[in-house]
Design a protein around this ligand. Structure first.
Ligand code: PMP
Length: 406
């Protein structure tokens, strides 16, 4: 059959053979950053060994090889997202992409009385840039609330999509709750009211096929390191019209056609937004990550992770005193939880001693923690390279640790 051999796939990830505190590593923190397959590590290594040069500036052989590799990776990512390559600005990650929209699109446009609509489940990266814009423009921030299962309250969203709203910025998939938001539906409603939409795709890209045209958003920001790519890579897709109208955010080399002291002529998008020497090797690695994901198939990956999530949810729900945050139907493979009587950090520390890596903390989502009235949670986030056995180990370890902490 053509079903993937998941154990063979797992063997592509060198770090997963590690021991931690004398125990085999059980890595359940992929929503924080994913592990990297051999092919991505090799692509970065090979770039430095065989092709290293700066992009766009040199006519020599290595210079054109580096440029070709860099632009080739942009094309791969663009094809993966089903968008034209010249609409894709390469960035250092989601944070940079959102800030680019904040400074180049929002700052020159927004006025006192305008509203930026966010949601309760946003990562700080999709909150703080808007606060900075609001402070400078006099715009206000409003927030769409969530339901008890951790879904966006769509009635609240409709009620808050009023005439003053200029931008709706929201996450595709929640990094804490796993909720997958109905992006296409939300963007349709926003567009009908003339509201521009920005989608934070950080947590969607690693887990599901993302076809940007069918989402109908104006901006889509993503980060490379959560989707098997190197850290310090990412992209912002924007509608061509926005890219044409937006002034550059960061100035410098690479983003110009001609510089005179009186006036500079900027390069065409996307280069207009890519000042300075980029993370060339990283982007090449991101291209390899896209190849790797495509090789397995995002639908296979999604199905695999859903099967793992189902087991994990069942196993963890059976533990006495364990509370799971977020139960939206069709959620991504992220389980935030707390165990009665145990602090999240203590729990994570004791799990680490068992070789199990989970994240504890606020997950850069203070407003969401405040909503639940907790300072922190533990989060086990799964990837297709995890196994059923690892989930059983997690459940057994929580059971053991719970008795220690109770
Ligand atoms: N948004 C979400 C939903 C995230 O999970 C993260 C990473 N934790 C970010 C934004 C920020 O991504 P980066 O730090 O790579 O810019």
């Amino acid at each position: 059959s053509d079903r993937p051999d998941w154990l063979r796939i797992r063997a592509d990830f060198p770090v997963l053979t590690r021991q931690v505190h004398g125990k085999p590593l059980v890595y359940l923190d992929s929503a924080n950053t994913s592990q990297k397959p051999q092919s991505v590590i090799r692509a970065v290594d090979e770039f430095y060994r065989e092709h290293n040069a700066n992009v766009s500036r040199a006519v020599h052989a290595l210079g054109s090889e580096a440029t070709e590799a860099y632009e080739g990776a942009r094309s791969k990512l663009a094809a993966f997202l089903n968008v034209p390559a010249d609409e894709l600005v390469l960035t250092s990650g989601t944070t940079f992409g959102i800030n680019l929209v904040a400074y180049s699109w929002a700052l020159p446009r927004l006025r006192a009385g305008d509203v930026i609509l966010l949601t309760r489940m946003e990562h700080h990266a999709n909150i703080v840039p808007w606060q900075l814009v609001a402070e400078r423009t006099g715009a206000k921030i409003r927030v769409v609330e969530i339901t008890p299962s951790g879904e966006l309250d769509l009635d609240d969203l409709r009620a808050k999509l009023t005439g003053e709203v200029k931008l709706l910025a929201f996450t595709h998939v929640s990094n804490v709750l796993g909720t997958v938001n109905p992006v296409a539906q939300i963007c349709r409603e926003a567009r009908r009211r003339g509201v521009v939409t920005l989608v934070d795709g950080s947590q969607a890209m690693p887990h599901r096929a993302v076809d940007i045209p069918s989402l109908g958003c104006d901006f889509y920001a993503l980060t490379g390191h959560k989707m098997l790519g190197p850290t310090g890579t990412g992209a912002l897709w924007a509608r061509r019209q926005h890219l044409r109208e937006m002034p550059p955010f960061i100035g410098g080399g690479e983003m110009i056609k001609e510089v005179r002291f009186e006036k500079t002529v900027f390069n065409d998008p996307p280069h207009k937004f890519e000042a300075g020497t980029p993370n060339i090797a990283g982007v090449v690695g991101l291209g390899a990550a896209v190849d790797y994901l495509r090789g397995i198939g995002m639908d296979q990956i999604e199905a695999r992770e859903q099967a793992l999530l189902e087991i994990a949810t069942r196993e963890l729900s059976a533990i006495e005193g364990l509370r799971i945050f977020g139960s939206a139907p069709g959620k991504a493979a992220v389980i935030s939880f707390l165990v009665e009587g145990a602090h999240a950090h203590d729990l994570a520390t004791l799990l680490d001693l068992e070789g199990i890596a989970v994240r504890s903390g606020h997950h850069c989502a203070h407003p969401l923690m405040a909503h639940f009235g907790v300072p922190a949670t533990c989060r086990a986030s799964l990837a297709f390279y995890n196994t059923h056995v690892e989930i059983e180990q997690l459940a057994a370890a929580i059971g053991k640790v719970r008795k220690l902490l109770a």
